[in-house]
Design a protein around this ligand. Sequence first.
Ligand SMILES: NC(=O)c1ccc[n+]([C@@H]2O[C@H](COP(=O)([O-])OP(=O)(O)OC[C@H]3O[C@@H](n4cnc5c(N)ncnc54)[C@H](OP(=O)(O)O)[C@@H]3O)[C@@H](O)[C@H]2O)c1
Length: 514
Amino acid sequence: MAAEDKHGSTNPLRDPRDRRLSRIAGPSSLVIFGVTGDLARKKLIPAVYDLANRGLLPPSFSLVGFGRRPWSNEDFAAQVKESVQAHARTDFDENVWKQLAEGIRFVEGGFDSDEAFGQLKETLESLDAERGTRGNHAFYLSVPPKSFEQVCQQLSSHGLAETSEGKWRRVVIEKPFGHDLQSARELNNVVESVFPADSVFRIDHYLGKETVQNILALRFANQMFEPIWNANFVDHVQITMAEDIGIGGRAGYYDGVGAARDVIQNHLLQLLALTAMEEPISFDADHLRAEKEKVLAAVRLPADLSKHSARGQYTGGWQGGEKVTGFLEEEGFNPDSTTETFAAVRLDINTRRWAGVPFYLRAGKRLGRRVTEIAVVFKRAPNLLFRDHNDHDFGQNAVVIRVQPDEGATIRFGSKVPGTQMEVRDVSMDFGYGHSFTESSPEAYERLILDVLLGEPPLFPRHQEVELSWKIVDPFEEYWASLDTQPEPYAPGSWGPDSADELLAQDGRTWRRP
Ligand SMILES: NC(=O)c1ccc[n+]([C@@H]2O[C@H](COP(=O)([O-])OP(=O)(O)OC[C@H]3O[C@@H](n4cnc5c(N)ncnc54)[C@H](OP(=O)(O)O)[C@@H]3O)[C@@H](O)[C@H]2O)c1
């Protein structure tokens, strides 16, 4: 007989040794607002299909699109199929598709339409009755940030956020959560007045990445790293998120936002928190988030922001044999825009573990390569026995966690060069996901959507983390806004403005060139 798991799913093929089965979502529907947008088309809808294809969604699962197009359910299903075929990670399977398509519905309307929200309510009630979704509904707000509050309020006033015994309602909020501390608090007040705090899932899709979760595995499933993961041995930490592309058609979103708000406030500070936090007593959401919050609360800003921060804007020029447009000439931009496309900051952490160890964070567009990595750089050996035999200065040991695109980790250390001299040079020992595992990594959104449906919050920052992160970023933003200058220009394909190099040079260090 098929067993029912804690989420109410049944599976006739259940094998108690297969730990995946406890992670199949129970009966539920997912409503996507902003379903015609870029994120929904390229990431969310394909992720839903990939989950279905991996057998992780229940047969009753239903997908409801909400949008302003005059589409029937069939028209919407055709759009869904198109984005699945174009962007899904797993192969297209007609049987999986057929089952998923049976639960696809579309509700036409704008966010200001009471009629459309009334229609949405009826649609969800009929799915509960026809398909057995049991009143369990997740609302994914893949919409412009200015609409988060309006959609929450509409859900509330149409009774869509109300739950009763044994039913759940959850809301998923895309990033950015506010544009500073004040606006994040205001948004949170609205969202948490509609949904209880444990039903709010704030997306930072970096946390859904395998390589980001692997920071925890690397640190806490091994004995060899933790003893040296502190100020006694670590010289400094560099966290880099470099993109090789420019802003392209995203002027509307990026102007007035910039690199610090766009990615440092969320992705990079989450990476810092995971790298620097103490071991949680378990991976339960409360324990994990409490440790991240402690370390974010211990971050100390530099006394002189002018010396310990840098910002830049890419200019036009050549990158990879292609002529590219400068930021200020990109279509739709204010030619006097002071929005930074590159930002670098130094942060310190006031804890016994990290006192005196700078964390350098940098993020930028149109840089030399697309790469996100965390480099923990160690102090030099106290006595360099081999120095006399070296005609070069060999480097410091480092553990580099490669988040993307070449997922893995590297350990850098000195090794003897073959030959008759005792010459030592830096070499690396490498772990690559592609070499060690046969299965490909799920997309971050697969993991996160599944966690929403399962009601598992560890990979979603709670409001306190968001607030603490804005408290770190806001002073830099205020300082930059007070300057009467443009961000410093940098050439496309470079590693940012000169001031970023100076930021480290004054501390006697250099950025890695990944
Ligand atoms: N794209 C990404 O890779 C990415 C990455 C990280 C985070 N995000 C976040 O994800 C969210 C969505 O981003 P996106 O890039 O998908 O944006 P987008 O392409 O501009 O899509 C916005 C969506 O919202 C809908 N919409 C806007 N106003 C509406 C209204 N009044 N009534 C009904 N629908 C309305 C649009 O519908 P129409 O088609 O009818 O205009 C469209 O479906 C944003 O919060 C963004 O910050 C996106």
